[in-house]
Design a protein around this ligand. Structure first.
Ligand SMILES: Nc1nc2c(ncn2[C@@H]2O[C@H](COP(=O)(O)OP(=O)(O)OP(=O)(O)O)[C@@H](O)[C@H]2O)c(=O)[nH]1
Ligand SMILES: [Mg+2]
Length: 231
C-alpha cells in the first residue's frame, strides 16, 4: 500500500507537568494556541510531516503526562522512540532541574540511538515576567549531555516546528548513515520506509495532513497499528 511519506518515525514529549508539552503538540499539528489546556491523562497522540533533504518524514508524536501518577503508563511509550523532546519552562527553575531526571528516564527506556532535544519553553512569558533559567544554562546542559537545544514558545509558535525538525533531521542523518553501513539495527531501525506514490507526493507537496487525537495504547508508532497511523 502506498503512503504519503517516505519515512515514519516516533517521537516522545516528556517533562514536568505544565511545562507546555501538549501546547507544543497543538501548535505543531494544528498551528493554534489554547490559553487553557487540561493536564494530559496518560498520553495523547499527534502527527506531522516534515520535508528533509527532499524526502517526507512523518513524525508520530506521543505527548506524555508529566504527573507522577501516570509514570508507569507513560514510560511504556518510550520504547522505539527515535526522538525525544525533554521540555522545561524557562520561567520555572524546578522544571529545569528536573530535566536531568527526564533525561535519565529517556536514556534508560528509549533506544540507544535516540536523538534528544532539550526544549526551554515559554520564552514569551519570560519576556513579560522574567526568566528563572538563562539561555546559557540550557545550552550548557545540552552541551554537557550531548543534546540538541532550542528555546520555544507554544503561545507564539516560536521555534516549535524547528525543534521537531532539528531532531528529525538528525534522526534522518543517523538513519542514512546506518543504511549506508548496511546496519539494520540501532539508528537503522528507527525509521520505517514508506512507499510514497506519485499522486501522494503531489498531494503532500500541496499540504501535509496532520492528525491529533487522544492515545489509547503503547504503539511504537512504526508498526502501522496505532490509532491514527496512516500506514
Ligand atoms: N505563556 C505561555 N504559556 C504556555 C506556553 N506553553 C504552555 N503554556 C500554558 O501552560 C499551561 C500548561 O500547558 P500544557 O501544555 O497543558 O502543559 P503539559 O506539559 O502538557 O502538562 P501535563 O499534561 O500536565 O504534563 C497551560 O495553561 C498553557 O496554556 C507558552 O509557550 N507560553
Ligand atoms: Mg499535557
Amino acid at each position: 500500500m502506498s503512503t504519503s511519506w517516505d519515512y515514519l518515525t516516533k517521537f516522545i514529549l516528556v517533562g514536568d507537568s505544565s511545562v507546555g508539552k501538549s501546547s507544543i503538540l497543538i501548535r505543531l499539528t494544528e498551528q493554534r494556541w489554547l490559553a487553557a489546556t487540561d493536564p494530559t491523562v496518560g498520553v495523547e497522540f499527534g502527527s506531522h510531516t516534515f520535508e528533509i533533504s527532499g524526502e517526507l518524514v512523518r513524525a508520530n508524536v506521543w505527548d506524555t503526562a508529566g504527573s507522577e501518577a501516570f509514570r508507569s503508563i507513560t514510560q511504556s511509550y518510550y520504547r522505539g522512540a527515535a526522538g525525544a523532546l525533554v521540555v522545561y519552562n524557562v520561567t520555572h527553575r524546578d522544571s529545569f532541574l528536573h530535566a536531568a531526571e527526564w533525561l535519565r528516564d529517556v536514556r534508560s527506556l528509549a533506544e540507544d540511538s535516540v536523538t534528544i532535544i532539550l526544549v526551554g519553553n515559554m520564552v514569551d512569558l519570560a519576556e513579560e515576567q522574567g526568566r528563572q533559567v538563562t539561555t546559557e544554562e540550557g545550552e550548557d546542559l545540552a552541551k554537557r549531555e550531548g543534546l540538541l537545544f532550542v528555546e520555544t514558545s507554544a503561545k507564539t509558535g516560536k521555534n516549535v516546528e524547528e525543534a521537531f525538525k532539528m531532531a528529525a533531521t538528525e534522526i534522518h542523518r543517523k538513519f542514512i548513515e546506518a543504511r549506508d553501513r548496511a546496519d539494520a539495527s540501532g539508528a537503522g531501525s528507527l525509521m520505517k520506509r514508506g512507499g510514497r506514490s506519485a499522486a501522494a507526493a503531489a498531494a503532500a507537496a500541496a499540504g501535509h495532513g496532520d492528525v491529533r487525537v487522544s492515545g489509547s495504547g503503547p504503539h511504537d508508532g512504526a508498526d502501522g497499528k496505532g490509532c491514527c497511523s496512516v500506514m
